[in-house]
Design a protein around this ligand. Structure first.
Ligand SMILES: [Zn+2]
Length: 241
């Protein structure tokens, strides 16, 4: 009996571990479209910035993007967009893309459909209020999704945007801008999506890495575009006659 119990416990642990890994996958979700990189021959890359907007760092980021004539995609939360609407509008006015990163940045793994609906729809409303007119793409908080969230996204015809390059370590003590930039420049491929967090105080290294990344990508012949433009450059499957 105890052996059976042990086996059941091990099975439970294995399944839990499997589901946890699945929930964090950047390349697979159960329903709907998930993009972590675009299949293209063109040297295009999308810089994506999660969280915010915040009053302290938005202007600096926008100035930098303007200086290098780069377009980017900001996955914002609904709550911060409502609170810092001025900054959200500035992002849109500068020609960048806003994406939906939920209202309150919860872990959405075990949420009800009602809660998921509120998190996503209310954020879309703020993004529209900021003046953004294109398709609203979605990025799950913490990159986490399992069953109901992907199902909801599929039902409402939303594309989840993940990433293939995430140079941050989330260890502020050791994070180094040069190392982060080198990682991006080493891993970049046509169609890559880069994830950075620039909007909070503790992301000093990421903000310092951004100009190095931009200059390095340009030196390698890359153009930085909004995620929607990257999606539009997706290679069409050739139809055999
Ligand atoms: Zn986030």
């Amino acid at each position: 009996m105890t052996k059976l119990l042990l086996k059941l416990v091990l099975l439970f642990v294995a399944i839990s571990y499997g589901l946890w890994k699945l929930s964090a996958s950047t390349e697979f979700q159960l329903f709907g479209e998930l993009i972590h990189k675009v299949d293209t021959d063109q040297k295009l890359v999308a810089l994506t910035f999660d969280d915010g907007p915040t009053p302290h760092y938005t202007a600096g980021v926008l100035q930098l993007l303007e200086l290098y004539q780069v377009k980017a995609t900001f996955f914002v939360t609904g709550a911060e967009t409502q609170r810092y609407m001025t900054q959200a509008k500035q992002i849109v006015a500068a020609g960048h893309q806003l994406g939906n990163h939920s209202w309150s940045h919860p872990r959405m793994l075990f949420m009800s459909l009602d809660e998921i609906n509120r998190e996503i729809e209310s954020t879309d409303q703020q993004i529209r209020a900021a003046g953004f007119e294109g398709d609203i793409l979605f990025r799950p908080p913490y990159g986490k999704k399992l069953v109901l969230l992907p199902w909801y996204l599929a039902q409402t015809d939303r594309t989840s945007i993940m990433w293939d390059i995430a140079p941050e370590t989330f260890d502020e003590e050791t994070e180094d801008p040069q190392t982060m930039a080198a990682e991006v420049l080493e891993q970049v491929q046509p169609g890559s999506i880069v994830l950075l967090h620039l909007m909070y105080k503790n992301r000093e290294a990421s903000r310092a890495a951004l100009p190095i990344i931009i200059k390095g990508l340009k030196a390698k012949g890359y153009t930085m575009v909004k995620v929607s433009d990257l999606l539009a450059a997706q290679k069409q499957a050739t139809v055999e006659q």
